[in-house]
Structures are given as structure tokens and as C-alpha cells.
Design a protein. Structure first.
Length: 323
């Protein structure tokens, strides 16, 4: 396992300025809002910091039959070439917030920089649809793309999964399901993922700033998502608690220094490496949770997207060689 960026530094100046502005404006934490208001505020915040969306060759909206009814997909195609490798991307938002639009900026950038078809899945949200509805939807979408690759112009031998925050959790869970039941995956992009719903570690305990994503945010999302006793220990909710991670596809795990999820994400990377999985762990110094979607405001966001795209290209090239 390769690892970089573990020195302690202050909160990045660009993030510090954003945090200070929220304090000056007395912006309430999402976990103090109604679900409707929190969902709107989350999307608005991501759009404000995401910058100008990149142009791509084509954007297509589809609806497929999912486990709970119609399941929307959005496809970002960087070029007319077919077939392209494909990344199934799952947006963040604590399984409670977020839409396909949440991932629009990141998806466009990843499609262009990785030269891949990016497929964003509009999975069902909690509390209306608690665990495991989101995982069922995301896995169904992966299987659908693999089975309809000719229809969408994807190469079924070059499929990867990825996501940020709750989306990273879903990507890890889908990789576990795909290990057992297919399809074969070329890689997994896990951006500050939730990996242990029962975590009580140093980064969780240290994270209480109301103007940043904090341990109270984590608890609020979890209480909406996990409604059945015992679900928190289920490996599909807490991939770190899987008996074995052997046989999973190669992974890039990106973490942020000032993030309550930092330690569990890094613990997952160590578990992957210990079980023989090729993994790169990259902690971004001075960063807080959410930075990956802030390409219009935070320099490190663009660096992380470029790193993610580099890993995707390497995984797809390796899969093509094997194929």
C-alpha cells in the first residue's frame, strides 16, 4: 500500500475562509434543518463551490427498472468513441441528502480526465427508504450497465465503482456484493468513505466544529439510514466489519485531515492492503470533509480529481490488458 500526505497542518486557508464565512453568516448545520431544507441547502452549497461545470460530449438521462421501481441514471460521455470504460458513481449526502445533480460537476471532470463514461445513479434516499435500499439500487445499476453495455457504449470488461462520503460507502458495499455475484470490477474509488457505522476513533471524537462536517453530522445521517438494530454491524453498512476483504478490486482511498471519517477510511485502506488488495491511501492535508466536490473554490479538489482520474485510467488499462 502506498500512502502520502500524513503530516499535521492547519486547516487549508481556502477552506478556513469558507468556514469563517459560514460562521459570520450564522449558517445552521444541516443536521438542525428539516429534511426538505437540508436537501436544498446541500445541493446549493455544492453548486456554489463546484465552479463552472465542464462541457462533455454528451449527457443522457435514462430510467431503468430498479429494485424499488424506476431508477434514474445519468450518463456523462466524454467522447463519441464506443465502447468506453465506465465508472458507476454514487453521490454523497449521508444516504439522506443528494441527487444526481449533486455529482454533476465531479462527474463531468472525471469523465473528461479519465476518458471514461461516468454513470451516476439516482438511488433511493433515507429515511423514506432506509438501509439497504441505496445499496440495492446501486448494485442493480452496476449489473444493468454490465448487461446493457452495448446499449450505452460501455466496455463490460472495464467497469469501476466510486463515490464520495456515503457514496464511497456504497461503492465499497457494491464491490463486496460484486465480489460474490459479479460483475468483475476494475477498481473502486473511495473518497472519504464511511466504513464503520460504530466507529469511535480519534478523528470522530475530535470533530465537533458546527461550521464543518462533524461527528453530529455523522450521527444525524446514521439515525435516518439505519433503523433496524444490528444494521450498523452489517458489512454492507460497515464494510470495515467484513470478515475478509480479499479478492476485492484495487482501490484508491482519499481522506481529509479534518474529517470525522478520516480514521475509518484509513483503517479500511489498511485492511484492504492486509488482505492482499492493491490500494493507494492518500490523505489530503488541511482538508475537511466535502472538499472533493469544491473544484471551483479549493485547489486540492482539482488535485484529488486528477489523482482519481489517474487511478481510473490505470485500472482500466490493466483490465484491458487482462481482457
Amino acid at each position: 500500500m502506498s500512502e502520502r500526505g500524513v503530516r499535521a497542518v492547519p486547516l487549508d486557508p481556502q477552506l478556513q475562509a469558507m468556514r469563517n464565512q459560514r460562521e459570520r453568516d450564522n449558517v445552521p448545520p444541516l443536521y438542525t434543518m428539516s429534511l426538505t431544507d437540508a436537501r436544498a441547502a446541500d445541493l446549493a452549497s455544492i453548486r456554489d463551490s463546484g465552479g463552472e461545470p465542464e462541457a462533455v460530449h454528451e449527457v443522457t438521462n435514462l430510467k431503468i427498472t430498479g429494485p424499488g421501481g424506476e431508477l434514474p441514471l445519468r450518463l456523462y460521455r466524454p467522447a463519441s468513441e464506443r465502447p468506453l470504460p465506465a465508472l458507476l458513481y454514487f453521490f454523497g449526502g449521508g444516504w439522506v441528502l443528494g441527487t444526481i445533480d449533486t455529482a454533476d460537476g465531479v462527474s463531468r471532470s472525471l469523465a473528461n480526465s479519465a476518458g471514461a463514461l461516468v454513470v451516476v445513479v439516482g438511488y433511493r434516499l433515507a429515511p423514506e427508504h432506509p438501509f439497504p435500499a441505496a445499496i440495492d439500487d446501486c448494485y442493480a445499476a452496476v449489473r444493468w450497465v454490465a448487461g446493457h453495455s452495448g446499449e450505452v457504449g460501455a466496455d463490460p470488461a472495464r467497469l469501476a465503482v466510486g463515490g464520495d462520503s456515503a457514496g464511497g460507502n456504497l461503492a465499497a458495499a457494491v464491490a463486496l456484493r460484486a465480489r460474490a455475484d459479479g460483475p468483475a470490477l476494475a477498481g473502486q474509488l473511495l473518497v472519504y468513505p464511511n466504513t464503520d457505522q460504530l466507529a469511535d476513533d480519534q478523528s470522530m471524537r475530535a470533530s465537533g466544529d458546527p461550521f464543518l462536517f462533524n461527528r453530529h453530522s455523522v450521527a444525524w445521517y446514521r439515525q435516518h439510514y439505519l433503523v433496524t438494530p444490528g444494521d450498523a454491524a452489517n458489512p454492507l453498512a460497515s464494510p470495515l466489519r467484513a470478515e475478509s476483504l480479499a479478492g476485492l478490486p484495487p482501490a484508491l482511498v482519499i481522506t481529509a485531515e479534518y474529517d470525522p471519517l478520516r480514521d475509518q477510511g484509513e483503517a479500511y485502506a489498511r485492511r484492504l492492503a492486509g488482505d492482499g488488495v492493491q490500494v493507494e491511501l492518500s490523505r489530503y492535508p488541511g482538508m475537511a470533509h466535502g472538499f472533493f466536490t469544491m473544484a471551483g473554490a479549493v485547489d486540492a479538489s482539482r488535485a484529488a480529481i486528477a489523482q482519481a482520474a489517474s487511478s481510473l485510467r490505470a485500472w482500466f488499462d490493466a483490465a484491458a490488458t487482462r481482457g
